[in-house]
Design a protein. Structure first.
Ligand code: ADP
Ligand code: ZN
Length: 521
């Protein structure tokens, strides 16, 4: 279709851009060589061009498999606006519209065809057989992590894509995703049976995003503090439940903010209306469950807040990644509490089979660890995605805090002796309950005799969590690397217990606002 054979010219001619980003150019060259590949690039990185440009340069048709039926129309409309003959087939189209597209396909009038995976395999593969009669130059699999049960967004329809390489032998396949940890990545390659694939991993670092975590106490008033710094800006506030999405939106409205809810309990019309208003800047804040945001391309989202703990880092990173697509400075804030970890843990255990639970609990643990970090958050996130970060980022709450310390020897002694008296058999939550003299029957009846029972009642649960995290960080405690980590004493613990060593702990920052304030000074 294109008279030129240089991808750069196609980039210019059809998309109006002059330079490739990330590994786009290498990926395109690889695809043009008719070789399989897998592309990992953050949301907004520019994955689409990696198959759209080859699609324009190849003779035949490119199939794009995507689970996001709602977005196909937008994607195809955008291509058509750029003068690219593209179409989509999904259940939203009438029989007549579908026939018209089939005719276009037969007449080789299309360069790109977007399909949901079920379309490809449904009806005893009838449609797939029809496609096999056409010249298919390339198959692109968008959101490829949906094929993996270890991913956070598993879709059973995707499993059947494993037959693609048999149905279309010789046709190169490009699998694309914005979220894949090591396990998911391997799974994608295995399931799709890619042939000696090239693997292109772009940096997932989003330099313009600053990461903040605040202990979840009075999260709504903490949220108001945070929003003061983002007056008049667009943002997304994620909640775990539909009810709290509604609740937060209503409270914000009462407090003079412009907010609307978005969740699966609302009718499609209402959801579409709210999303549309958000995209057009007619409403500034959306309070949403994770149902919101898949693929929305709004560039000026200035903040993303998680009122509740997400289930895993992949989901969290994808959601926070919706901030700052325009490259301008944006803030993301997570409210962290141990109670949330426990709550999600219970969900995981009831909702899944044994094997899935294990993987998901591990991911939850890693999410919890992020909330509990004493080291650079960005570094942790990048390491999670197998990326080395050279130095601390200087723009997360940990890096920004001045880490003011105080003599916390007595606090440390209380904690360590509780761990000792509980015979190093329990996790942080339990130890804290004992320290605070929990009235719960389980704890009271068993431990009220202990010398340490209740000696830390004057310190809040959150503060204890904070201090224990510091003690771990400083090496005065360690924890087992098990599903339910158990606190253990270390060599350093003993000298503290004997009163031979002083322990300097970190002061707790009162509000997120304080941290941000500091950076803006
Ligand atoms: P992804 O699928 O990775 O989330 P998209 O393919 O939707 O990202 O691209 C995100 C935005 O970046 C789009 O608006 C796209 O037009 C733009 N874009 C992609 N590649 C380039 C480029 N090389 N130069 C400028 N803009 C680009
Ligand atoms: Zn940092």
């Amino acid at each position: 279709m294109s008279s030129t054979s240089d991808p750069k010219d196609v980039l210019k001619q059809y998309f109006g851009y002059t330079k490739f980003r990330h590994y786009q150019e290498q990926i395109i060259d690889h695809v043009l060589d008719k070789k399989d590949c897998m592309v990992l690039m953050p949301t907004g990185g520019g994955k689409s061009l990696c198959y759209q440009i080859p699609a324009l340069m190849f003779e035949g048709l490119t199939l794009v498999i995507s689970p996001l039926i709602a977005l196909m129309k937008d994607q195809v409309d955008a291509l058509k606006l750029n003068g690219i003959p593209a179409a989509y087939l999904n259940s939203a189209l009438s029989g007549q519209q579908q026939t018209a597209i089939i005719d276009q396909l037969k007449n080789k009038e299309l360069k790109l065809l977007y399909l949901a995976p079920e379309r490809l395999i449904g009806n005893q593969g009838e449609f797939s057989r029809f496609l096999q009669t056409l010249e298919i130059s390339l198959i692109a699999i968008d959101e490829a992590h949906c094929i993996s049960q270890w991913g956070h967004d598993f879709r059973p329809e995707y499993i059947q894509l494993s037959t693609l390489k048999t149905s279309f032998p010789g046709t190169p396949v490009i699998a694309l995703t914005a979220t894949a940890d090591r396990l998911t990545k391997e799974d994608i390659l295995k399931q799709l049976k890619l042939d000696n694939p090239g693997i292109f991993v772009s940096s997932f670092n989003r330099e313009n995003i600053r990461y903040f975590v605040a202990p979840k106490r009075e999260s709504y008033s903490q949220l108001l503090d945070f929003l003061q710094k983002h007056e008049g800006e667009s943002g997304i506030i994620y909640t775990l439940s539909r009810a709290s999405a509604e609740g937060v939106a209503a409270s914000l409205k009462a407090d003079g903010y412009d907010a609307l809810p978005y969740h699966a309990g609302l009718s499609r019309e209402v959801r579409e209306k709210h999303q549309d208003m958000f995209i057009k800047d007619e409403v500034k804040i959306i309070t949403a469950t994770i149902a919101f945001g898949m693929g929305i391309d709004k560039s000026n989202v200035r903040f993303v807040v998680h009122m509740d703990l997400p289930k895993n880092i992949e989901g969290y990173y994808q959601e926070t990644g919706r901030a700052g697509r325009d490259g301008l400075k944006s803030d993301v804030l997570l409210f962290y509490s141990y109670a949330d970890v426990m709550k999600l843990q219970r969900f995981v255990e009831v909702e899944n089979n044994e094997q899935q639970s294990q993987v998901m609990l591990k991911k939850l643990q890693e999410m919890a660890e992020y909330g509990n970090l004493r080291t650079c958050r960005r570094k942790y996130l990048l390491n999670y995605f197998d990326e080395e970060a050279e130095s601390d980022c200087g723009s997360c709450d940990i890096c920004l805090n001045d880490k003011e310390q105080f003599d916390g020897t007595i606090i440390a002694q209380k904690a360590l002796s509780a761990v000792a008296r509980l015979e190093q058999n329990f996790g942080a939550g339990y130890v804290i309950d004992v320290l605070r003299g929990s009235k719960s029957e389980k704890i009271r009846s068993k431990h009220k005799q202990l010398k340490t029972y209740g000696v830390g009642a004057d310190i809040s649960k959150d503060a204890w969590n904070h201090y224990i995290r510091d003690l771990l960080y400083l090496g005065f405690l360690s924890k087992t690397n098990t599903q339910f980590p158990v606190l253990k004493l270390t060599e350093k613990s003993l000298s503290v217990l004997r009163g031979e060593e002083k322990v300097m702990l970190f002061k707790i920052q009162e509000t997120v606002y304080q941290t941000i304030e500091k950076q803006q000074e």
